[in-house]
Design a protein around this ligand. Structure first.
Ligand SMILES: NC(=O)c1ccc[n+]([C@@H]2O[C@H](COP(=O)([O-])OP(=O)(O)OC[C@H]3O[C@@H](n4cnc5c(N)ncnc54)[C@H](OP(=O)(O)O)[C@@H]3O)[C@@H](O)[C@H]2O)c1
Length: 194
């Protein structure tokens, strides 16, 4: 696939770039600063409508390795104009989870702004015409890939570990991107159990 990775300078973004290239995808990175590697590079802000048309042109899919409504607001029309339909966005499990209540109350108190914005971004995708998927992660950590994740489609996790390495998250993002059965679905992802 020809794949645009938005937010490619981030910790998850860099791993998506590496893993996508290793899977044989033709990768373009969009980031506010250059990221070294074999991919094509577009330097710019993902909310900048003057940057996006060239970045999305000719892509088969876009992976937002950073979630947020300002990016969706700019990116979705640019994709629609270019005839690019597939968009996969990172999000957080905390956006929809209700348990464990005490932990969620605490993280919402601490991260209310980002979570509310991710909820807004998810709503924009759900109400729009793109072939979107949302991949809601538990708590991200750096560390080696386990090569497995727990996935489910419930608001509250049905299993798995609350810690997920960014390497495994990158793998899950690419698995979802390649899977047409995931179109217009939100999936929760956590670390593998055991
Ligand atoms: N961190 C967590 O524990 C957690 C948990 C659940 C879900 N998530 C989801 O996973 C995503 C990735 O997390 P992470 O910790 O790997 O992220 P990260 O390392 O903080 O990277 C985010 C990247 O996004 C880039 N970015 C932000 N706004 C941009 C814009 N307008 N245009 C271009 N680039 C932009 C930043 O660019 P600069 O480097 O230029 O600032 C940064 O490189 C989050 O956005 C969230 O949706 C995270």
């Amino acid at each position: 696939m020809r794949l645009l990775v938005v937010g490619a300078a981030g910790r998850t973004g860099r791993l998506v770039l590496e893993q996508a290239a290793a899977r044989g995808h033709e990768v373009t990175a969009l980031a506010r600063r250059p990221v070294a590697g074999p991919h094509a590079m577009v330097v710019g802000d993902a909310t900048d409508p003057t940057v996006l048309p060239a970045a999305v042109a000719g892509q088969d899919a876009v992976v937002m390795a950073v979630g947020g409504s300002a990016i969706v607001r700019a990116l979705a029309p640019a994709m629609a104009d270019a005839g690019v339909r597939r968009l996969v966005m990172t999000s957080s499990r905390s956006v929809v989870a209700t348990r464990p209540k005490l932990v969620l109350d605490l993280v919402w108190w601490r991260f209310r702004g980002p979570y509310a914005d991710l909820a807004r971004a998810e709503g924009m995708l759900e109400g729009g015409p793109l072939d979107w998927s949302v991949v809601r992660a538990t708590m991200l950590a750096d560390g080696p890939a386990r090569g497995r994740v727990h996935t489910d489609f419930e608001p509250d996790a049905t299993g798995g570990d609350w810690r997920l390495t960014r390497a495994d998250y990158a793998m899950a993002l690419l698995d979802v991107t390649e899977d047409t059965a995931m179109v217009r679905r939100a999936v929760g992802v956590g670390g593998p159990k055991g």
